[in-house]
Ligand binder design. Sequence first.
Ligand code: F0G
Length: 458
Amino acid sequence: MPYRTIIEPFRIHSVQEIAFPSEPERVAALERVGYNLFGLHADEVIIDLLTDSGTGSMSADQWAAMMVGDESYAGSRSFYRFADAVTGLTGLPEVIPVHQGRAAEWILFSVVAGPGSVVPNNTHFDTTRANVEYQGAEARDLVIAEGRDPAFDHPFKGNMDLDALERTIAEVGAHNIPVVMVTVTNNSGGGQPVSLENLRGIRDICDRHAIPFFMDAARFAENSWFIKLREPGQSERTPRQIAEEMFSLVDGVTFSAKKDGIANIGGFLAMRDPEVAAKCRNLLILTEGFPTYGGLAGRDLEAIAVGLAEVLDEGYLRYRIRSTEYLGEKCRDGGVPIVWPPGGHAIYIDAKALLPHVPASQYPAQSLAIELYRDGGVRGVEIGSVMFGVPHDDGTETPAAMELVRLAVPRRTYTQSHIDYVAEVVLSVAERAPSLGGYRMTEQAPWLRHFTARFAPV
Ligand code: F0G
């Protein structure tokens, strides 16, 4: 087949204006928000790569489905359409809608975890870790060693270290592990996929020790595309077949529909065990709403039901993964160190490698994220010691394993020229990296501090 550019597989149907704040306006905005990019108004941002969560564009079919949303409090038609879509895809019979992924996490860990328990994961996402720790339990990251080395090329850097999982079970006892989790793709570890072989290995270990196995499936479709591309014997299967096999290997899932649901809000908790599900529904009623809407409007349930099918379209996934890779290649070809290979939803710049003169205690990835905004109005997010550093009483901190800036690409939202612009900004900032300084934190909250912390240049 002759070479062809992989084009966006959609036409633009309605548009939103982008604001172009001047550089002095961006500098003033940074000072106002204490150098925390979460504090910016969206109108102060030119290209917003803060997250791919809830920021995607819905299709005409999704908008059309929203118009027929059934807003009945109990037993809405939209709920049954949603539940059928979820069970049809995952094979999990108990479907509990929630307003977003972390609500599923809070409910699940409230029911199964407590002081003394340990939850293994390849890498906990920040809200997952916080929800485990909030229950007094320990969140333990067991990703393979290759997954902690940004430059190491490996097809499945999100895989869990199965020996480490066995060792953890031997050390703490299976009865203290309420659930083994795996996050696909591994967001906090560079958006890297997990292989079917690894999922089967985890299943096997969980079976031998009678431990339930749950998947944080936020980016399940992107994970299945990587399996199709990279796992021996999988290239002829459809993304849906691969996704169905992934789900067949687990006892339950937490799901944020704001990613591979291509919805602006929503999520679910789904599982096989009806007794655990009943306990979860009791908490759901307390905090989210009645079990047939779980904090969502009927129209949101409709959008998710349609999104779950669209996200597995091969043309969509080919474009999606290629467009992220395109940004990754531009960075790499310009000499910018990034987590390699590129993740599914984001590329992750290795700030430890780019700013070796800034120690972890002065948050090199935060410094880089600030400069990308100051220089080009591009908003990314720090995934390093601001997010995952552990502060101690004496004022010192245990740094995170990696210091990354994530540039997350919203689904179906930006075009190739937007991405070309982002690459120009990254390369121009990288050229000046030796002149960038560190930051200190002047204010922080007791958990999930990265959302609200304030900083000052050192
Ligand atoms: N799990 C993963 C792997 C996630 O990436 C997220 C959210 C959640 C759970 C929580 O879901 O936001 O719906 O409550 N990630 C977003 C991000 C916020 O920017 O990566 P939520």
